[in-house]
Design a protein around this ligand. Structure first.
Ligand SMILES: [Zn+2]
Length: 209
């Protein structure tokens, strides 16, 4: 698995989960859900979304089948599949375009963490060296983790909101880039209240409790 911390943001914006209790909530939620995730294979077309809001901090953490992200779950075997992974990673890096808390809350992205099995970041400055006759030989030797037949992507995005009391809804534009994902199971903790709901496409906006 490739754990890729988005590194193009200024250092001041790269802070992730700055409040300890915030991180603890994620751990608790992860523990609450991991049993289900581990004991049965994921269902294609279904994504899990954890939402945690505490004070001015808001975080969303997605877990979804790679099938829904790039259309395959094996290790990339050709240039096209590497390209699909790179494009997915690039889009997810631009989290502010794909996940939008309602504007009155004035939330700004503070951190993005992307885990896309099989994705290998290109070394800095290597882009210009590519041309169609120069396909790299890095198709083999990719990390295992796909061998089981299924693999998941995870994507965690954090915001700091200037008007957290105005936070009432989040628009999941990301569902537009994942047409295969038809159901999102949302659960989380908002204002110390637990909640759970289900979003079915074409819906993509949900209200916070
Ligand atoms: Zn699968």
């Amino acid at each position: 698995m490739t754990l890729c911390k988005f590194s193009k943001l200024p250092a001041s914006l790269r802070l992730l989960s700055p409040v300890p209790v915030h991180a603890a909530m994620f751990v608790a939620l992860a523990m609450a859900t991991s049993t289900a995730v581990a004991s049965e294979r994921h269902e294609h077309g279904v994504a899990q979304l954890e939402v945690v809001q505490s004070g001015s901090d808001l975080s969303l953490r997605w877990q979804l089948p790679m099938d829904g992200v790039v259309g395959f779950e094996h290790a990339p075997t050709n240039t096209q599949e590497h390209k699909q992974l790179a494009q997915a990673h690039q889009k997810m890096s631009q989290a502010q375009q794909w996940l939008t808390p309602n504007t009155a809350a004035r939330c700004a992205v503070t951190g993005v963490e992307i885990e896309l099995p099989g994705f290998k970041p290109q070394p800095v400055g290597s882009d210009h060296a590519h041309d169609k006759k120069h396909e790299h030989g890095h198709e083999s030797g990719h990390d295992a983790g796909h061998e089981a037949g299924h693999s998941d992507a995870s994507w965690q995005v954090s915001w700091r909101c200037a008007q957290p009391s105005a936070l009432v809804a989040i628009d999941l534009l990301a569902l537009d880039m994942w047409p295969e994902i038809e159901t999102v199971y949302v659960q989380g903790v908002v204002n110390k209240k637990q909640f759970a709901l289900e979003i079915r496409s074409p819906s993509r906006t949900f209200s916070l409790p």
